[in-house]
Design a protein around this ligand. Structure first.
Ligand SMILES: Cc1ncc(COP(=O)(O)O)c(C=O)c1O
Length: 407
């Protein structure tokens, strides 16, 4: 077990850029050497395609690829055939929405929340008329208004789309309890969870929630870009009509009809992102060797510290859009006197990476928080308290520079 944080030594970017203060982990995380090595080994030693070749390197690649499915299943405490590899959370959610399109009837409703990322909002918005699409508002502490949600569930509710952790506020929802309450009202309502921000903040075991589908991206959990996972209950995955068809996912094609392979291959058309899957496997192994509760405490402690330091430094001039009682690894704020883009630009001149904008959550910013943009910081296993102190000092400096002189 690795028990020491920070883990900068595992991430070669800190050799290339020793001054980097990377506080945009909610957008994408950095990559440890073991992930780079696993992908490099694939390209240099068994660069073949999967499932089709009858020669050694292809068989080796196939066995590595399928072994990642098994390790991912162990990581999620589920079955390998419930793991579908795809390019990421966005693709997974769109795969579900497209696969269910023919099951939607005119009386059906869909419920989402103001906290959802566009990837978990737009695919659902496209499926029903605006008057059948409900967006659950927020409570004063930036949580989901459960009363609104539960009173809108009835026999017509086709699907509920929830995030496990907001990519803006960092707040986690009580998914085990909330999903159970939804199913108690209508067991046929499908529940889709976006776990993109949750994988490195809590232990994610889909069976702990009363959900039907769950998606996440490898690049937010120290894996490579372009690879992610769609998990589904077997009966839920069987509902999905493949929205991309072609090679690898068929059993028979004649001039008159086509039959598809069983899950999971039915939903993995074409040549997959083989090196990406292998890299994801290495990331899962890497995470598996960390003391996860220590990692969570480390990151959540840094954000709690940052919250207090920002509040002390700027008092009434800062609005922090995170609940101090529900802290994970993300914090967003607006500071009087400086636009988020100006702040992010200034911080960048000191090698500090933060995110500025609406973070793919326009309904949340414009219609619920009443602000077009925020500055977001999000920490990783390699973030240190010195990184946070440096960020706070440079934010103070930026504010002094940009503040309009009072006359
Ligand atoms: C909560 C959440 N959902 C979905 C996504 C989309 O993930 P990807 O771009 O990897 O598909 C993100 C990315 O920032 C996210 O934060």
């Amino acid at each position: 077990m690795t028990s020491q944080f920070s883990l900068k030594k595992d991430f070669p970017i800190f050799v290339t850029r020793p001054d980097l203060v990377y506080l945009d982990n909610a957008a994408t995380s950095l990559t440890p050497s073991c992930v780079l090595k696993a992908m490099d080994d694939y390209y240099s030693s068994c660069r073949g395609t999967v499932t089709r070749g009858v020669y050694q390197i292809s068989e080796e690649a196939t066995s590595q690829y399928e072994s990642v499915r098994e390790r991912t299943a162990v990581f999620l405490n589920t079955k390998p055939e419930q793991i579908i590899f795809m390019p990421g959370t966005t693709h997974g959610l769109n795969m579900i929405a497209s696969g269910l399109r023919d099951d939607i009837k005119p009386h059906h409703t869909i419920i989402t929340t103001a906290l959802n990322h566009h990837a978990h909002f737009v695919p659902w918005q496209r499926l029903v008329d605006p008057d059948h699409f409900f967006v659950c508002p927020l409570t004063d502490t930036l949580g989901i208004d459960e009363d609104f949600l539960l009173t809108h569930i009835d026999e017509n509710t086709f699907l509920v789309a929830l995030p496990l952790i907001s990519n803006v506020t960092g707040g986690r929802i009580d998914a085990p309890s909330l999903t159970r309450k939804i199913k108690d009202i209508n067991p046929r309502t499908l529940i889709v969870l976006d776990a993109a921000q949750a994988m490195l903040n809590e232990s994610v075991t889909p069976e702990d929630y009363s959900c039907d589908f769950l998606c996440f991206s490898g690049h937010k959990m120290y894996g490579p870009t372009g690879i992610g996972v769609l998990w589904g209950k077997t009966e839920a995955l069987s509902l999905l009509e493949p929205f991309v068809v072609g090679g690898d996912m068929i059993t028979e094609v004649t001039t008159t009809h086509t039959t598809y392979r069983a899950l999971p291959h039915r939903l993995e058309p074409g040549t997959p992102n083989i090196s990406g899957v292998i890299g994801l496997g290495a990331a899962i192994d890497y995470i598996g060797n960390l003391d996860l509760s220590q990692l969570h405490n480390h990151k959540h402690g840094l954000i709690a510290y940052c919250f207090d330091e920002l509040q002390n430094a700027f008092g009434d001039d800062i609005t922090i859009f995170s609940d101090p009682g529900n802290i994970t690894s993300i914090l967003s704020f607006a500071l009087k006197g400086i636009h988020p883009h100006d702040l992010a630009g200034y911080l960048d001149t000191h090698n500090i990476c933060v995110r500025a904008g609406n973070h793919c959550a326009q309904p949340l910013h414009y219609e619920f928080l009443g602000i077009p943009a925020t500055t977001r910081i999000s920490v990783g296993a390699y973030t240190t308290r010195a990184d946070i102190d440096f960020f706070i000092n440079k934010t103070k400096e930026a504010r002094m520079l940009y503040q309009k002189p009072t006359v």
